[in-house]
Write a protein that binds this ligand. Structure first.
Ligand code: ADE
Length: 251
């Protein structure tokens, strides 16, 4: 592979766990972001925080492609569950992405990205398949290794791995009223977060393969903020690091 693999997270807790797996990383600052270059299972990798929201995410994706010549991008993070049966502690692997707050109607249909003639962008099929396998293998083992107190605090039982539509927008969805609206408008959506669809649009522009995995931290409802930092620290960061590790180990 000519250029490195990018590993991206939105939040520091998740990235710290991935950086701990790298023996030799070196920092470089571009556009106010710190990029760590190094190796993981013999793969040349660049690790970076995306920043939160679609603009920060699009800038980070562009810098990865233009300045670091990355050949593929893997994004790990958390999301709010929307789909029926998408529970806290489950994992969603994105097949398609949509910006739920894109609305240039009545000039363009609701959610269509002007200039593209489409509302959704696709994840790379082959990389996504590999990420799905890595996520499933982690879900078979990791939950049982978490302390009982953590499992019962978040009601984690038998986590499932889902694949399908992921929504992104510049809002942390934290009311039942808003998540109900999203579910009614976009019934295929599995989960909502704030960066994936921006990465997907930039990766589409440049023809760079993208795969995104999100651990479900909340149900995007009135209780969405409760225990969010604890979930990140004690569950999501472990999932992220283990999934990235399993993905790169299998290649
Ligand atoms: N990331 C994790 N939970 C989220 C939510 N409820 N809304 C947007 N982004 C999220």
């Amino acid at each position: 592979m000519a250029g490195p693999t990018a590993i991206v997270s939105a939040l520091h807790e998740e990235l710290a766990a991935v950086l701990n797996l790298m023996p030799d990383e070196q920092q470089q600052v571009v556009g106010g972001r710190t990029f760590w270059r190094g190796h993981l299972h013999g793969h040349d990798v660049v690790v970076v925080l995306s920043g939160i929201g679609k603009v920060a995410a699009a800038t980070t994706a562009t810098a990865l492609i233009e300045r670091f010549n990355v050949q593929r991008i893997v994004f790990t993070g958390v999301a709010g569950g929307l789909g029926d049966g998408v529970k806290v502690g489950d994992v969603v692997v994105a097949r398609h992405f949509l910006q739920h707050d894109m609305d240039a109607s009545p000039i363009f249909p609701r959610h269509e990205v002007p200039g593209y003639g489409r509302a959704t962008f696709d994840a790379d099929a082959a990389l996504t398949e590999q990420l799905m396998r890595a996520s499933e293998s982690v879900l078979r083992e990791l939950p049982a290794q978490l302390p009982d107190a953590v499992r019962s605090a978040f009601g984690l039982q038998t986590p499932a791995c889902h694949q399908g539509l992921l929504l992104s927008g510049d809002r942390f969805v934290s009311t039942t009223a808003e998540s109900t609206l999203l579910r009614n408008e976009l019934p295929d959506a599995l989960a909502v977060e704030m960066e994936g669809a921006a990465f997907a649009q930039v990766c589409h522009d440049y023809g760079v393969p993208l795969a995104v995995v999100r651990t479900i931290s909340d149900r995007a409802d009135d209780a969405a903020h409760v225990d969010f930092p604890r979930f990140l620290r004690e569950v999501a960061s472990r999932y992220s690091a283990a999934i990235v590790d399993a993905l790169l180990a299998q290649q």
